[in-house]
Design a protein around this ligand. Structure first.
Ligand SMILES: Cc1cc2nc3c(=O)[nH]c(=O)nc-3n(C[C@H](O)[C@H](O)[C@H](O)COP(=O)(O)OP(=O)(O)OC[C@H]3O[C@@H](n4cnc5c(N)ncnc54)[C@H](O)[C@@H]3O)c2cc1C
Length: 472
């Protein structure tokens, strides 16, 4: 009778514990932090899109690998202090279950795998992982004991995770997302340190002991951490509420050219005149306001809580060479009109300091140019316009028609308050060339300057920059 030799019980147990020790040193529980990579796809409402989900999962795996690599490096660096620590001494490297050499080899392998995966998914994600490795490396090796700096680095680690999913799948990362995620990361970092210090204080620990738990805690007070935590929470919540993340499909934050005082409005983009009329009739008590290219300096093209028409979808125009006029939708920009009419020998009669204004905006603000004293403002060149009034009716307005001229002039410079301009016909200047001929003239004194400027007021020639040199 043969007997089966007993299984070598000790050997597999040792192998298992070695593998387990390495896995434990990689701190898989901390991988839960990496679910932050799904934040950007979630915020964009694209998480379930396969083209976004799969790269995001790849980014999650890459972050698990790279973060484990940095934990291993960190524990190798701290091996002596961890051995003297009542709790950290049981960490696999401090306990001698994993040698420092083995830990560094595993860290290198994990880092290479993480970067290879990240760069395969997208070079930008690779860049995010490199940044994470640099920040975390700087934290572990040099800066972890420096209060405030280590807090910022901790927050950076969260922020880089938060943008990783969006970067991996090519989703645009808005400035709002960065503000919310940035201050949200600071909130998490300050809250983490606050919790550590609070626990220590409640356990009766001294500031000396706080250094034993985490050296950087010596540099904080509970009041300071509570303050940072509170401010970060306030900014995160405020930015989130103001951001488009809270907006419905048509809600947008609008500003003027100065980009101050944003206000949220329901933005509609009509593509026909009938849509303009229908939307006016459906508008609530706050009514509607037309908006062109938003180049007005203040808040003229904003109407918080109301409906704002983005008129730029209506931008057809037609040049009538015989009459030297152009008939344009209100959303057509002076820029696009100039591109078409200059080669045909025409120019708009009045240009503001920017070409990126719409015909509707030019009329509503009755813009002036540098030739204002000769040609007047834009409205002086408008032959007629089609306006949809507050009841949704179309009105043809003309400066020469006695029944509509009052409404016409109220609309010119009326800043959109008399109705929505949907179309206008205006006169053009005939030009011989789009090139300029520049003469430099030396003037004797200020009277001479003024005289030459008046001489140049023929509408063709315009005096430009004048440099005055005063000699004693
Ligand atoms: C760099 C720069 C230089 C400038 N230089 C000059 C200058 O030299 N001279 C000058 O006069 N201005 C100047 N401006 C101001 C600019 O020309 C005006 O603010 C112009 O109204 C902007 O046109 P917009 O299409 O961007 O209109 P928006 O800023 O979108 O709207 C301006 C106003 O027009 C109303 N509006 C727009 N479209 C319609 C429409 N279809 N129907 C009814 N109302 C409408 C809006 O309700 C709002 O009240 C300058 C602006 C910038 C940014």
């Amino acid at each position: 009778m043969t007997s089966t030799p007993p299984a070598p019980a000790e050997q597999p147990t040792n192998e298992r514990s070695a593998v387990r020790a390495i896995v434990a040193a990689m701190r898989p529980r901390q991988w839960t932090k990496n679910v932050l990579v799904f934040a950007a796809p979630l915020a964009a409402g694209e998480l379930l899109n396969a083209d976004v989900f799969l790269p995001s999962v790849g980014a999650f795996v890459a972050f698990c690998l790279i973060s484990s690599a940095t934990y291993l490096v960190n524990d190798v660096r701290d091996v002596e202090s961890d051995r003297a620590h009542p709790v950290k001494c049981s960490r696999p490297i401090a306990a001698g279950e994993v040698s420092t050499t083995k830990a560094l080899i595993v860290a290198a392998v994990l880092a290479v795998l993480a970067l290879a995966l990240a760069f395969t998914i997208s070079p930008a994600l690779g860049g995010v992982l490199v940044a994470y490795a640099v920040f975390t490396g700087a934290y572990s090796l040099f800066l972890k004991n420096e209060p405030v700096i280590e807090l910022v680095l901790l927050a950076m680690g969260f922020l880089l995770r938060a943008i990783a999913g969006g970067v991996a799948s090519g989703l645009p990362i808005s400035e709002w997302f960065l503000i919310v995620a940035g201050f949200g990361s600071l909130f998490m970092a300050a809250g983490k340190r606050y919790g550590e210090l609070d626990r220590l204080v409640r356990d009766g620990g001294s500031s000396e002991q706080s250094g034993v738990v985490r050296a950087s805690l010596r540099g904080y007070t509970l009041g300071y951490l509570r303050f940072v935590w509170g401010v970060a929470a306030a900014v995160t919540i405020t930015a989130y509420c103001e951001s488009p993340l809270m907006a419905t499909d048509n809600d947008r934050l609008l500003t003027g050219w100065g980009r101050t005082a944003p206000s949220r409005a329901t933005v509609r983009s009509p593509s026909t005149y009938d849509e303009v009329a229908e939307a006016i009739q459906e508008a609530g008590p706050r009514g509607v306001l037309a908006r062109g290219l938003g180049r007005s300096y203040g808040d003229a093209a904003q109407s918080g809580g109301a409906t704002v028409f983005d008129m730029t979808g209506l931008h057809r125009f037609e040049l009538d060479i015989d009459s030297g006029t152009v008939t344009a939708d209100a959303g057509a920009s002076i820029d696009e009109i100039l591109r078409a009419i200059v080669p045909a020998g025409f120019f708009v009669p009045v240009t503001a300091g920017t070409r990126f204004v719409t015909v509707g905006g030019a009329i509503a603000a009755d813009i002036h140019g540098k030739n204002h004293h000769v040609e007047g403002s834009f409205g002086s060149h408008v032959v007629s316009m089609l306006v949809v009034d507050g009841t949704g009716h179309e009105l043809v307005l003309s400066p020469t028609d006695s029944t509509t001229k009052d409404m016409f002039w109220a609309t010119v410079g009326g800043m959109g308050l008399t109705g929505v301009i949907v179309e206008a016909t205006f006169r053009l200047l005939a030009i011989e060339t789009s090139s300029m001929s520049v003469d430099t003239v030396r003037c004797h004194d200020l009277d001479d300057v003024m005289a030459r400027m008046i001489e140049g007021d023929d509408g063709v020639c315009s005096p430009g920059v004048i440099t005055l040199a005063v000699s004693s």
